[in-house]
Design a protein. Structure first.
Length: 85
């Protein structure tokens, strides 16, 4: 996990197009199940800058229009290498 860089929003370009991978389809299945009232958890583990956080944010897209406080949980220390949504 890297600390964020504070830059004025007007200076930021939009995110590049996202290339979906196999783990994205499995993560989206967990999110869809949660959106339908089911339960589930997904833990993404990978090397630094491998796309764990972006995958979580992309999977969260279907929940943006639904009521409820949907959150992406991430570790507070660099020693933990997981992203939980």
């Amino acid at each position: 996990m890297h600390h964020r860089i504070d830059i004025p929003r007007a200076c930021l370009p939009p995110l590049p197009a996202y290339a979906s991978r196999e783990h994205d389809r499995r993560l989206q299945d967990v999110v869809r199940q949660a959106a339908m009232g089911g339960g589930g958890i997904a833990v993404l583990v990978g090397a630094s800058s491998s796309g764990k956080t972006r995958a979580c944010w992309q999977a969260r897209d279907p929940l943006r229009e639904r009521a409820g406080p949907w959150r992406v949980w991430h570790p507070r220390s660099r020693s933990a290498r997981t992203c939980i949504t």
